[in-house]
Design a protein around this ligand. Structure first.
Ligand code: BEZ
Ligand code: FE
Length: 263
């Protein structure tokens, strides 16, 4: 873990932090915030830290979306980025071709098998066979492996090298459904107090890296989802909504990925 000083440097910290404090003081003064209220805020933030929910708080306050928008060029030819969220697990298993992201488990019976396929290229169209794709998503119900006891560890997670001259990839998964972000902790209390629903539209998270290219973290969404217009973290980008169609006994979805050259 890096400190803000290590990331931004002492000089930048000296410019940003006083502005942040001045903005906070202005709000406290404008609303005449009392001593009791301020100590309740501090207690609340302590609980957020203890529950390891600061990323989640950044997400539901749509601060992560703001930072993503400021950090990545939305007008270029590269695939649009999107926020990572708090549910990525480092070092997921390497999957062998043909990639299947899950083991069957009790509770997945109602799910629909989905094949996602596409090409990973540079923005000029050059295929990237050395790209590594890393996926994480919920199951068709029950959410992520980390909180669904029926699922084996790292179910619906995995990475692999594209290893195809044309940059083509394909993986077998199940169509995820909308789900709620974790609500049992302090961020859940925030959502309730603010009258903000906890739902996210169904999506699949991608991290894609390739030598000589900017890494991409993004999400793919599906049409006709009731939460496309009101994702609780506000992360839906129209360019990332991809049609799903029936292909025989399974569903199919195409998602081509273009990475920007480094620098
Ligand atoms: C997610 O999509 O995994 C997620 C994003 C933000 C908050 C909680 C979950
Ligand atoms: Fe997610």
């Amino acid at each position: 873990m890096s400190t803000p000083t290590e990331v931004g440097g002492r000089e930048r910290l000296g410019r940003v932090v006083p502005d942040a404090i001045a903005a906070l003081h202005e709000v406290l003064r404008r609303h005449n915030v009392t001593e009791d209220e301020w100590y309740a805020v501090l207690e609340y933030l302590t609980a957020v830290g203890k529950a390891d929910e600061f990323v989640l708080l950044s997400d539901v306050t749509r601060t992560s979306v703001l930072i993503d928008a400021m950090s990545h060029n939305a007008d270029g030819d590269a695939t649009a980025s999107d926020v990572e969220g708090p549910l990525y697990r480092a070092d997921p298993p390497w999957r062998e071709a043909p990639v299947k992201l899950y083991e069957d488990y009790e509770g997945a019976e109602d799910g629909e098998v989905l094949f996602v396929r596409g090409r990973v290229t540079s923005t000029d169209g050059t295929p990237l066979p050395d790209a590594v794709i890393d996926i994480w998503q919920t199951g068709p119900n029950g959410g992520y492996d980390t909180w669904d006891e029926r699922q084996p560890e790292f179910n619906f997670r995995g990475r692999w090298r594209v290893a195809d001259e044309a940059g083509a990839y394909q993986f077998q998964t199940m169509l995820p459904k909308p789900y709620t972000v974790p609500t049992q902790g302090p961020v859940g209390r925030y959502l309730e107090a603010m009258g903000q629903h906890p739902w996210r539209p169904a999506h699949i998270h991608f991290k894609v890296t390739a030598p000589g290219h900017e890494p991409l973290t993004t999400q793919v969404f599906f049409p006709d989802d009731p939460y496309l217009e009101n994702d609780t973290i506000g992360a839906v980008k129209p360019a990332l909504v991809r049609p799903v169609e029936r292909r025989g006994d399974h569903l199919g979805c195409d998602f081509d990925i273009a990475l920007a050259p480094a620098g």
